[in-house]
Design a protein around this ligand. Sequence first.
Ligand code: ATP
Ligand code: MG
Length: 270
Amino acid sequence: MLELRDATKTFLPGTANEVRALRGVSLRIEAGEFVVVIGTNGSGKSTLLNAVAGMFVLDEGRVELAGHDVTRWAEHRRAKLIGRVFQNPFHGTAPSLTILENLALALRRGQTRGLGWAVSRRLHDELRERVRQMSLNLEDRLDTPIGSLSGGQRQSLTLLMASLVKPQLLLLDEHTAALDPKSADQVIRLTEQIVRRDRLTTLMVTHSMHQAANLGDRLVMMSNGQVVCDIAGSEKLSLRPEDLLARFEDIRRAELLDETAADMLLKSYV
Ligand SMILES: Nc1ncnc2c1ncn2[C@@H]1O[C@H](COP(=O)(O)OP(=O)(O)OP(=O)(O)O)[C@@H](O)[C@H]1O
Ligand SMILES: [Mg+2]
C-alpha cells in the first residue's frame, strides 16, 4: 500500500524560475493495484514518482509505504522497498558486469552487504529459469556483459532486476519511451506478466494513450502538479484511447487559461 497525503514540492522557491511541481497531491494505492499515470510534459509525473522514491524531501505532506511512514527516509533506505525502472536503458544496470552478475546484485536488495560474489549452482539455475521465462533468448548468454545488449533487452532485464526480490512498490517512469515500437511492446508484455504474476503494487508513467487505456486497474491523470482525473473499476476497463485523448484536449485547453480559471476548470474533473 502507498499513500501520499497533501504532497507538496516547489522547486527553486522564491526565484523567477519557481515551479510548483506538486500542489497537494493525495493518492492512496492499495496493495497489488496497478496504476498508470499520464499527463502533459511538466505536469509533475516524474516528480510524483521521485517524491515517493525519496529523491528529495517534500516541502509538505506525508508518504506512507507498506505501513511505514517514509516521509523522512533517505532514498537508499526506501530503495529496499521499491523497485524502479527509468526511461533510459543505461540507467539501472551495471554495463561492464554480466547478466548473471547484475541479477546477483539485484538479489541483494534490502539485504546486508557482504554476501560474497559466488553464485551457487542452484542460484545460477534459478536465475537462468527467471531469464528463460522472459522469452528473450538470453538464458544461454548469462555471461554476456549487459552493456553489449540492445536497449529493449536491457530494459527487460532491468525490469526483472527491479522485481527479482518482490518490491513493496514498483515505479516505472516511461520505461518504454526510448525503445523502438517492437521492443517497447515486448517490455510492456513483460511488465504486465511480472506485475500480474507477483501482484506488484505498481505506478507506471507513460505518454502512450494506447498503454494508458489498455494497461492497469486504474488511471491517474496529472496536470499542473495536481491529480485531475482518477479512473478505476469498470470505467477504466471500458476506457478507449480516443476517450483519453478527448480528456487530454480539455485539460490542455484549461492549461492555456490563466491559473485561477484553470484551477476552477480542473476541479470539475476531480
Ligand atoms: N530538480 C528540479 N529542479 C527544478 N525544476 C524541476 C526539477 N525537477 C522537475 N522540475 C520542474 O517541475 C515540473 C514538473 O516536472 P516533471 O519532471 O515532474 O514533469 P513530467 O510530468 O514528468 O514531464 P515529462 O512528461 O516531460 O517527463 C517541470 O516544470 C519541471 O521543469
Ligand atoms: Mg517525466
